[in-house]
Design a protein around this ligand. Structure first.
Ligand code: EPZ
Length: 421
């Protein structure tokens, strides 16, 4: 038996939806909390997604006390934690397990953990993370799928990232909080989630400056203490619902949004002719049948997010003309197009790009989510399609979207979960 999501397309959605806390901030903030050598870390706005459950299991395997209160509040007490080998099966459930490398190296100068897992989006090395750790004075051994990283002393260093990697930027930031002297990360990634992690670490007593710019400095301190932190809204969930509204709503209000975090998407949707009203913390979207084709190129923040090109692609099938999506971050991130072709989309896939010819009608079919944002794109397509769409491997969706089908049902979508043979 397998649980699938089924959608009968064509319903006109209306109403308002509240965006949850950012998954990509959350999966870094939870490991970062172990840098508090005394006191508790209380994190609010934690989304109810399976990644949080897996990271909490990893914390507990290190004897960190984790209480998942209701109303999105996680209480973490790392004061009596132990630095044993991190080989809990949950390590392989998500790539972001690698944040324990930076946090454990920062706190103990010693890490012993299995290689992290996560979505397959093509080659996803962690060479830049390891280069940063070595620059701080760590030695790295890798054997039988496990990393051993250790340092007699961590000394601040100047680290240049060949690619503005989100994960490497955050991991090095965490490894450097207790290092002697100043660390500077050059060509750092500028994603809002990085600012959120730096904000929480500074509340704990860290000395991090420049997060959100391409040069971040971290001045080592003696200790960090617990704090309280509210996670920023999830800009990728918000972008997904804004696209859903453009694709399937009469009128929909997306609340708990920071529009500044979505400028690239919003400007592309305006270019397509999607009617929107953008306010300080919400976006109102009205449906439209006259959409113009656009060209998208994914770039590091503040450019167009790679995570939103997949959910946007079904909407492009409705635009008049030829739209293109060019990936500069994950050049193989087009498996969703194969599923959309099965639903009737007219898409050519060429190296690192997809060309979407529109308008074309979509028809419900059996499809499979190959990764988190592919799953989201199939939900968007299912809402637009004629007939019933059956989405398999929906565990990908539950990793990163809190109650996606429930939120859509509240907006009038005919979407449900069903166990099938
Ligand atoms: C983060 O992944 C996000 N995940 C991804 O979101 C997102 O797609 C990605 O950033 C890009 O924005 C989390 O934050 C948990 P990167 P991350 O390091 O940090 C290459 C989702 O759907 N690279 O910025 O792993 C890498 O191969 C997920 O929520 C190296 O070559 O991404 C990629 O081409 C999917 N060596 C590029 O850099 C390294 O050491 C950007 O990767 C690290 C990365």
């Amino acid at each position: 038996m397998e649980e699938v999501i089924k959608i009968e397309g064509g319903q006109k959605l209306k109403g308002s939806v509240r965006i949850s806390g950012s998954k990509n901030a959350t999966v870094a903030l939870i490991p970062a909390s172990i840098l508090a050598t005394k006191g508790k870390v209380n994190i609010f706005g934690v989304p109810n997604i399976s990644d949080v459950g897996h990271l909490s299991q990893l914390l507990r395997s290190l004897n960190v006390d984790v209480i998942q209160h209701d109303n999105e509040h996680l209480e973490i007490d790392p004061s009596v934690m132990v630095n044993i080998a991190l080989d809990h099966p949950a390590v392989t459930k998500l790539r972001a397990s690698y944040y324990f490398m930076g946090a454990l190296l920062g706190r103990y100068k010693q890490v012993n953990m299995k290689m992290p897992g996560g979505c397959y989006l093509g080659p996803r090395p962690i060479d830049l993370h390891l280069k940063g750790f070595e620059a701080l004075g760590a030695q790295i051994e890798y054997s039988q799928g496990s990393y051993k990283i250790f340092a007699k002393e961590l000394i601040g260093a100047k680290i240049y990232l060949d690619i503005p990697s989100v994960g490497a930027t955050i991991n090095i930031m965490m490894a450097a909080v207790f290092a002697k002297g100043r660390t500077s990360i050059e060509n750092a990634a500028k994603e809002p989630e990085i600012i959120d992690v730096a904000t929480m670490l500074n509340k704990m007593g860290a000395q991090i400056r420049g997060a959100g710019t391409n040069i971040i400095t971290i001045d080592g301190v003696e200790e960090l203490v617990g704090c309280t932190h509210e996670i920023i809204p999830d800009r990728i969930e918000a972008g997904t619902f804004i696209v859903i509204a453009a694709a399937a709503a009469d009128e929909m209000v997306i609340e708990n949004v920071i529009p500044h975090h979505l400028e690239a998407l919003l400007s592309k949707l305006e270019e397509m002719g999607v009617p929107m009203t953008i306010e300080i913390d919400k976006v109102t979207v009205r449906g439209s049948d006259h959409l113009k084709d656009v060209d998208i190129q994914t770039m590091p923040y503040p450019g167009f997010p790679t995570d939103l090109q997949q959910p946007l692609t079904p909407l492009l099938t409705r635009a008049n003309g030829e739209s293109t999506v060019k990936e500069t971050i994950y050049i193989e991130r087009f498996k969703h197009c194969i599923e959309l072709q099965r639903m009737g989309a007219n898409i050519n896939i060429i190296p690192a790009s997809a060309i979407i010819h529109g308008p074309s009608r979509l028809y419900g079919d059996k499809v499979t989510a190959t990764d988190l944002r592919c799953g989201a794109s199939l939900v968007v397509a299912g809402l637009m399609a004629e007939g019933v769409t059956e989405i398999h491997d929906i565990y990908h969706i539950d990793r990163g979207y809190e109650n996606l089908d429930g939120k859509l049902r509240d907006l009038g979508a005919n979407i449900w979960r069903e166990n099938v043979e």
